[in-house]
Design a protein around this ligand. Structure first.
Ligand code: ADP
Length: 561
């Protein structure tokens, strides 16, 4: 089957068919023409011979007077009268004579077939009008030569056919190498192109096949470029999608998930493990698909919050799909929660001292108390509360600035020991007044590294201020500075210490442990939050180790630079 589908076989078969047809037609025409030609010329020859014999007989006026020997020498001649045959006759001539005698009409030319398997052309002349014994002259010729010639022509045709067959077969092989080989190469290359392997073919000729090869090479080039472009765009899109924090899912109109970026696949897998939420997503996809309008939904999985945006997309006139954008909004939700808590806290923290300020000043104005001692105490409280409010407002402003700058710090090379000396000097008075001691232990004269001087001053200031406030007379405060793998600063006191249950929370905004234990000014609960924020913005960490009733140690670490 494959053999007959080949172009070479088809060409070869067509040529053979054409040549055979031409040869057959030619043979038929030639045979016909040759036969006519031979018959005509045979007839002319016989005619001439017959005339000659006629003249001879007529000259003598009598058949018996003829020189019988002369007539006997004449080939293919039969001479007979009504009664007898004059020329000696063989069996064939006897048959011819019988045939002519039996003719109903006076034919002058007849062709007799089947006399001993031979055909004969017979020419007859009737001399009864000239002579009394009505002689008849017959001249004949064997036509077998014509048949033999026709057989010869047919044989020549068959031999020519055979030669043409062999030549055509050779020609077909020539075609394979010259015409069909480039076509076969083109076929192979097309299959390779279909498999994604692009190769160029050598252009071997300038004919149509050469042009076809050129066109194929160009097509291959174009396909390669286009595929490379498509692959590049797909990879780019894939990278863009995979670099997104949002998960992207695409469902087709059969509700099959056809595409998802990395985040989307992870989120969808996670979502599927929640038997209540997963069918909800399927239902929403179905709804968005039928209503062809977008939809946004928020779901909570454990403590994580997600926002799912469903968007219908029209792929073709009749087919729709749905893109789901999944965003983890836990941080936003928490920030929002913290923000409202923060506002509530600030309002509460400001409201308490304001109420106290207003209450005590009103009492003073109304002369509710007259005892100078009590008046002094009241004015002291008003002062304390004003200071606390002032401190809180300053800390809030600092906090707001820090958050607005989103932790921006201006680091420069500074000596931490110099900063400590400055603050030790600043707190000298407070320390003496509260009857406590401050020791700074370090083997280094200077500890220089990159930090924001003002912010670091704020850190140590807050920690020392706390240490002084949460210690009693006779207690001590120690600052240890060491450089090993990191720069480590320990600020310890032998003060009240912090109970276990509070230890994890004291770095939270507005978190305060029992206020009644604080000495002097009331705290705002913002100090340690600010301290932690500044240290972390320097790439450092702060930890608390404390035992209630024994004391507290704040351990600060900065990476060595
Ligand atoms: P405050 O302005 O109220 O001191 P902080 O954020 O500085 O706010 O401190 C939070 C809480 O941590 C304080 O209310 C206090 O109970 C506790 N605290 C801080 N430092 C010490 C310390 N050195 N000793 C004991 N308790 C402390």
């Amino acid at each position: 089957m494959k053999f007959f589908n080949s172009v070479v076989t088809k060409l070869w078969f067509t040529i053979i068919l054409m040549v055979t047809a031409v040869l057959i037609i030619l043979t038929i025409i030639l045979s016909f023409y040759f036969r006519n030609y031979v018959l005509n010329s045979t007839e002319s020859i016989l005619e001439e011979d017959l005339h000659r014999v006629e003249e001879l007989i007529l000259r003598e006026h009598d058949v018996d007077g003829l020189d019988s020997v002369q007539l006997l020498h004449e080939d293919n001649l039969i001479l007979y009268t009504d009664n007898r045959t004059i020329t000696p006759t063989n069996q064939i001539e006897q048959e011819i004579q019988n045939y002519v005698r039996q003719l109903d009409t006076r034919e002058t030319t007849v062709i007799i077939d089947d006399i001993f398997d031979h055909s004969y052309m017979v020419k007859i002349s009737y001399l009864d009008t000239f002579l009394d014994d009505s002689p008849v002259i017959i001249k004949y010729r064997d036509l077998e030569v014509i048949n033999e010639s026709i057989i010869g022509i047919t044989l020549i045709t068959i031999i020519s056919g055979g030669i043409i067959f062999i030549l055509t077969t050779f020609f077909a092989f020539f075609l394979i190498s010259r015409i069909t080989r480039p076509l076969i190469n083109l076929k192979r290359s097309s299959f390779k192109t279909a498999q994604g392997t692009y190769n160029k073919l050598e252009v071997l000729s300038r004919d149509e096949i050469g042009e076809l090869t050129l066109a194929f090479n160009k097509m291959n080039d174009d396909i390669e470029k286009n595929i490379a472009m498509v692959v590049h765009e797909r990879n780019l899109r894939e990278q863009i999608f995979n670099s997104m924090d949002e998960g992207v899912l695409y469902f087709n109109d059969s509700f099959e998930l056809l595409y998802s970026n990395q985040k989307g696949a992870e989120m969808y897998e996670n979502l599927k493990s929640y038997p209540e939420e997963a069918p909800l997503v399927q239902d929403n996809v179905r709804e968005v698909m039928t209503e062809k309008s977008g939809h946004i939904e928020r779901i909570e999985l454990d403590s994580d919050h997600y926002q799912l945006s469903y968007t219908p997309v029209e792929i073709t006139d009749s087919s729709y799909g749905v893109i789901i954008l999944i965003r983890n909004i836990t941080q936003e939700v928490n920030t929002e929660k913290m923000r409202s808590e923060f506002i509530a806290n600030v309002s509460h923290e400001l409201k308490t001292p304001m109420v106290m300020l207003s209450g005590y000043s009103e009492a003073l104005l109304d002369d509710v108390v007259s005892d100078p001692e009590e008046v002094k105490e009241m004015v002291g409280i008003i002062k304390d509360e004003s200071d606390r409010m002032n401190k809180m407002v300053n800390e809030l402003i600092g906090l707001a600035r820090m958050e607005a700058e989103s932790g921006m710090i201006h680091k420069s090379s500074n000596d931490f020991m110099a900063l400590l000396s400055k603050l030790a000097f600043k707190f000298k008075h407070d320390i003496k007044e509260n009857d406590i001691s401050l020791n700074i232990n370090t083997p280094h004269d200077s500890v220089i590294f990159n930090f924001d001087y003002d912010k670091m001053e704020n850190v140590v200031n807050n920690l020392l201020d706390n240490a002084i406030r949460y210690t009693s007379p006779g207690d001590s405060i120690t600052i240890d500075v060491s450089i090993e793998d990191d720069i480590t600063i320990l600020i310890s006191d032998t003060g009240t210490g912090i109970k276990k249950e509070h230890q994890n929370r004291i770095f939270e905004r507005f978190y305060k442990v029992d206020e009644s234990r604080t000495r002097g000014k009331h705290g705002t609960g913002l100090g340690l939050y600010i301290v932690k924020s500044i240290i972390e913005s320097h790439g450092g960490s702060i930890k608390l180790e404390s035992e209630f009733g024994v004391g507290s140690t704040f351990i600060i670490k900065f990476p060595k630079q």
